[in-house]
Design a protein around this ligand. Sequence first.
Ligand code: CA
Length: 228
Amino acid sequence: MKKVLVLEDESSIRSFVVINLKRSGYEPIEAETGEQALEQIKKHPDIKVALLDIMLPDIDGFEVCRRIRANNSKMGIIMLTARTQEMDKVTGLMTGADDYVTKPFSPTELTARIDALYRRIGGEEEEDTGEIVRGIFRLNTRNRTLEKNGRRIKLTQVEYSIIKLFMDSPGKALSREEILAAVWGKDYMGEVKIVDVNIRRLRIKIEDDPTNPAYITTVWGYGYKWGF
Ligand code: CA
């Protein structure tokens, strides 16, 4: 069964999500508080995707996300944000979430996002070349790790997919829409802004000076490219 953690303190929203996940063939694992969510993850190490509400009675969803990411870079994390909390999307992604869904959401929208994340985590078959080397970077496509000058850089699944896309086509300008389609899938219904936020986070991880990037460079009015 494909387990999905559902962290939401409002029982009406939680049961709405749970019913719809079951209908789509997932096994929802429920949590009402941040601490409960972290316990459930310990109890069920096979949870692959987590839905995290932000406003909770104990620790907030961002903190839960940070704590999950502290020792799990593989789990897919979707933040459930309120329409009024525009900044939450960015904050959530900066703390390591892969995606966000704005409340109120339709069951179709939510399951489409989870399906997309699951497909990505399940790992579309990689051609088994083993590794891609570009300058001081070495991307291992078997265990999905990145090294810069021999030093391991922790990446989320989304970050890995983005960096692989760049390293596969060095020097080629990729539009934000192209990156969105390649990494999030063609049926992704969210905003293209998610690309920029993830790239900002990646730059913090890989650039010597994130404010003056040398590896992932901006192609003004178009997108980004991998270029020295
Ligand atoms: Ca809440």
